[in-house]
Write a protein that binds this ligand. Structure first.
Ligand SMILES: C[S@@+](CC[C@H](N)C(=O)[O-])C[C@H]1O[C@@H](n2cnc3c(N)ncnc32)[C@H](O)[C@@H]1O
Length: 440
């Protein structure tokens, strides 16, 4: 058992406590489990098997009866085998969020993510699939896990400084080289100039075609007063105020190419973040959806139509695909992006409400919900409505595990499950699970 090491005072003057801890198994949120006098402590900024000095995040006197404590490693006493020099020093202890595994070797990150995913699925009692077979795979051609992030939201402080928030503070910190960001975003060098007064955040996008995009976001921003600096090169520039998006240069859209197809996406709208993700996930979905020619498919949480295009190809012009998306701007763009596919129609609706109101079933469904997952109600509806296959694309394994377990209880079985490292140097995992009814 690790002895308490010393007492100290945190920046805010509250009593801080430093413990010597040895990190064990990975837990959720990128942390590792350590024990102090029998109590579990979830430690951030460490790696399996290493011994660190860690600062408790809460005042232990107020948390004396808490079941667990949380801590951040502030000093490495004995490095673990997986530790490497960080790829992003500004994301280290007390640094910017979004790269909590930057100090862990990339293959080890994937091994640890695999452990977390398998553990979550086991704890949720997902039993129909051999979970030992699930491994987190790298994105194709991703050798160092750098330069993948095609969407970055920068924070801006009251002095106009552009950076990112500390992971546990509101202070805006310098992003340094920002090595996870795509090259086109790094070239903008947004941190080198102050933002116009009233700017609350800056969105930068590096699409797969065309120029980069910068969107200044601020309820009270005056688009006419914004000067575009020369360092932004030929980037498109827009301002998003309380009244909506005002393009200053370009049309407020970016274009993403997947195979032969171009998708227009709002400069602040959702698109898969890793530069290889849209293509990879489209290929994986195409390989497992198996929508029958002339049959029907739903693309739920459809965004601007990425997976509807895949389903449309499979069902052909005699089939029917409905893509359902809650964001009106995204579904208007989906209709435009897929206008050459007469078999596709677009519904703007809450997915659960839409499925509930729908009469009749469907052959296949692809769904790609946000982190909250589909939820038990929607899984119940889908396991009754879908005749052949459900392909579940997930960016949050804990909600995926819950939803797969619910489908199993409803008589479905997981027949394929792959996971991808589409967020290198973070603990996030993208997964694609395939469900089939056991017997009808
Ligand atoms: C993870 S994104 C997936 C988008 C798309 N499948 C893609 O890959 O580009 C989730 C999408 O679901 C939409 N969404 C979130 N909650 C929703 C809900 N309750 N009903 C309908 N759409 C929702 C979001 O606007 C977002 O476009």
């Amino acid at each position: 058992m690790s002895p308490e090491q010393e007492h100290g005072h945190g920046d805010d003057g509250a009593a801080a406590r430093f413990l010597t801890l040895t990190a064990g198994a990975p837990a959720t949120g990128g942390t590792f489990v350590a024990r102090h006098e029998g109590r579990v402590v979830f430690v951030r900024g460490t790696a399996p098997g290493e011994t660190v000095t860690a600062q408790l995040l809460e005042d232990p006197r107020e948390q004396a009866h808490a079941r667990f404590w949380r801590a951040e490693a502030v000093d490495v006493l004995e490095a673990g085998l997986d530790r490497v020099p960080t790829v992003w020093p500004e994301a280290g202890t007390d640094g910017v969020g979004g790269a909590e595994w930057a100090h862990i070797a990339l293959p080890a990150q994937r091994r640890i993510a695999t452990e977390v995913l398998q553990d979550l699925l086991r704890r949720a009692h997902v039993t129909s699939y051999p979970l030992d077979d699930v491994q987190v795979e790298p994105a194709p051609h991703d050798v160092d896990g750098l330069g993948w992030r095609t969407r970055v939201r920068f924070a801006v402080d009251e002095d106009g400084r552009v950076g990112m928030r500390g992971w546990r503070s509101h202070e805006v910190r310098d992003v340094g080289e920002n090595p996870l960001a795509a090259e086109a975003i790094r070239r903008l060098d947004l941190g080198s100039r102050t933002a116009p007064p009233g700017t609350e955040a800056v969105d930068a996008v590096a699409p797969s075609t065309g120029p980069a995009s910068v969107v200044l976001i601020g309820r009270g921003l005056d688009p006419e007063a914004v000067e575009v600096p020369a360092s932004w090169g030929d980037a498109d520039v827009s301002v998003r105020t309380a009244r909506g998006l005002v393009p200053l240069r370009g049309d407020g859209l970016v274009r993403e190419r997947v195979g032969e197809r171009l998708f227009a996406v709002s400069a602040t709208g959702f698109w898969q973040v890793h530069r290889r993700a849209a293509e990879l996930l489209s290929e994986v979905v195409a390989g497992v959806l198996r929508a029958p020619r002339g049959g029907s498919a739903w693309d739920l949480f459809g965004g601007v139509g990425l997976f509807a295009a895949v389903a449309a190809e499979q069902v052909g012009e005699d089939g029917q695909v409905i893509t359902v998306e809650g964001n009106r701007r995204a579904s208007v763009l989906a209709a435009e992006n897929l206008q050459d596919l007469p078999q596709v129609s677009v519904a703007t609706a809450d997915v659960t409400d839409w499925v509930k109101a729908r009469r009749g079933g469907v052959d296949c469904v692809v769904l790609d919900p946000p982190r909250a997952g589909a939820g038990l109600e929607l899984m119940g509806l889908l396991t009754r409505a879908v005749r052949r296959r459900i392909v579940y694309v997930s960016c949050e394994p804990s909600t995926l595990a819950r939803d797969l377990a619910a489908a199993e209880k409803a008589g479905w079985s997981v027949v394929d499950l792959r996971a991808f490292d589409l967020f290198p140097h973070t603990h996030h995992i993208e997964s694609v699970a395939v469900l089939e009814p056991v017997a009808r």
